[in-house]
Design a protein around this ligand. Structure first.
Ligand SMILES: Cc1cc2nc3c(=O)[nH]c(=O)nc-3n(C[C@H](O)[C@H](O)[C@H](O)COP(=O)(O)OP(=O)(O)OC[C@H]3O[C@@H](n4cnc5c(N)ncnc54)[C@H](O)[C@@H]3O)c2cc1C
Length: 410
């Protein structure tokens, strides 16, 4: 127990792409900042769930000449990742993406936070309560040694699941279960010789054959492979339906999440066993790592002063108070049959107003990343990591400004 609560300028809940950006930005502006993360490393879905591509970094329609959509933290992450992996942006259909390696993401995040004297990072610290006390935000942390209470002048909710909104009983939004973006399970594979695009296509055929002859479950249809960029390493990604009863998929329910972990591991293990026996060059294949957690694409979001809509993205709408650009098309994964991309009419990005980061009727709280105020369609664009870096940076800036009594601007 800590009997004397410490007041920080800014507290950031969650250290994924958005929380990392928010915390580093606030600290760089001189705000005494604390970043609270329940795992032992930063990066969120980009590390714990092994998501291995930065999307949303580049403008659409710039064939062969990728142009960054957002400068600042997003640009810095792109530069650092390119230096770490030696891989540049690649074209996938009409969009450019940057391959990223989760191990490098963790290393970059460690380095970034170590360089900030105003920033304290607390790993293994889950925020379990938030309340307003004497014009400060007081939040409870559950750690291995027990619970602790700290205070901050401004708060950033970068938890991905809008946990702070839940603690404060604020208005939130979550898409009806049958339409929620489906989850996925990403895992690492080693021991395959000469994996390339041609082999990827052949393996897809081998998997279909395994399903046809009853040796693999139908769920294996959602499995795809991609080289990680490191010698001999492949990522397998299984798009999951969300459970037997897809209409009851609930990404906030521990039992439901537990089922995702179990089914992801079962489908992956069965598939690798089958491919070892039936695919050329896969006889020495093995699962080299499981993710810390299954990947959740969509869950609960804050209701902000403005709700960004699919129409805003389609019309490439711009706003006077915009703080970032949403450059990724709306990527729908409402079933486990792969993505459906919907592009804005003229391929231009939409603006994201600061109002999407400001909960309705509250002062001193800002939201970043995949739980900002957006409808289901706009969320399908703004949830990608390139955009989360940018909304995180903006939330960090706003929170630092608020804490310095610059509240009029926010
Ligand atoms: C399968 C899958 C594939 C994807 N593919 C891509 C892709 O190719 N490219 C791309 O750019 N994006 C992709 N995305 C989307 C992207 O990965 C996420 O939307 C993005 O990483 C979200 O970042 P975030 O910081 O908002 O949230 P998260 O990454 O979810 O981070 C939230 C962090 O908060 C922590 N946290 C939560 N609650 C608490 C608490 N109470 N106390 C302390 N810590 C807490 C969590 O541990 C986590 O570290 C994909 C997502 C999934 C699931």
């Amino acid at each position: 127990m800590n009997p004397e609560p410490v007041a920080y300028d800014v507290a950031v809940v969650g250290g994924g792409s958005a929380g990392l950006a928010a915390a580093v930005t606030a600290a760089r502006l001189g705000a005494r900042t604390i970043l609270l993360e329940r795992y032992g490393f930063l990066g969120g879905m980009g590390t714990a769930s092994l998501v291995h591509t930065f999307c949303g970094l580049y403008l659409q329609g710039e064939v062969g000449n990728p142009v960054l959509a957002n400068s600042g933290f997003a640009e810095e992450m792109a530069r650092r990742m390119i230096a770490a992996t030696g891989l540049g942006p690649i074209r996938m259909g009409r969009v450019e993406v940057l391959p990223q390696h989760p191990v490098e993401f963790v290393n970059i995040a460690d380095e970034l936070v170590a360089n900030e004297p105003h920033l304290t990072v607390r790993f293994h610290s889950e925020v379990v309560s938030v309340k307003r006390e004497n014009s400060l935000w007081s939040f409870g942390l559950a750690g291995r040694g027990g619970s602790e209470f700290l205070n901050a002048k401004a708060l950033v909710d970068a938890s991905g699941d809008a946990v702070v909104a839940d603690f404060l009983e604020c208005e939130t939004e979550m898409t009806h279960a049958p339409r929620l973006q489906r989850p996925a399970y990403v895992f690492g594979i080693q021991g395959v010789v000469g994996f390339d695009d041609a082999m990827r296509l052949r393996i897809a055929g081998t998997v279909v054959e395994g399903i046809r002859c009853g040796q693999l479950s139908k769920a294996t249809l959602g499995l795809s492979f991609r080289a990680s960029g490191r010698a001999g390493e492949i990522f397998g990604t299984i798009d999951l339906t969300g459970g037997e009863d897809t209409a009851n998929y609930d990404p906030l329910d521990a039992a439901c999440l537990g089922q995702l972990e179990l089914s992801g591991r079962r489908i992956a293990s069965d598939a690798i066993r089958y491919l070892k026996e039936n695919a050329d060059h896969w006889s020495h294949a093995y699962v080299s790592h499981w993710p810390v957690r299954a990947g959740v694409r969509e869950s609960r979001r804050w209701m902000g002063e403005y709700v960004l809509t699919g129409d805003d993205i389609r019309q490439s709408r711009r706003f006077e108070d915009e703080i970032a650009l949403a450059a990724w098309p709306m990527e729908f994964r409402e079933n486990a049959k792969g993505p459906k991309l919907k592009f804005p009419m003229d391929q231009k990005p939409a603006g994201i107003p600061l109002r999407c980061l400001k909960p309705k009727g509250m002062d001193g709280i800002f939201v970043a990343g995949r739980c900002i105020s957006a409808d289901h369609e706009a969320h399908a664009s703004i949830r990608v990591m390139g955009t989360c870096f940018a909304t995180g940076e903006a939330a960090g800036k706003a929170a630092a400004g608020f804490a310095k009594n610059d509240a009029s601007k926010f």
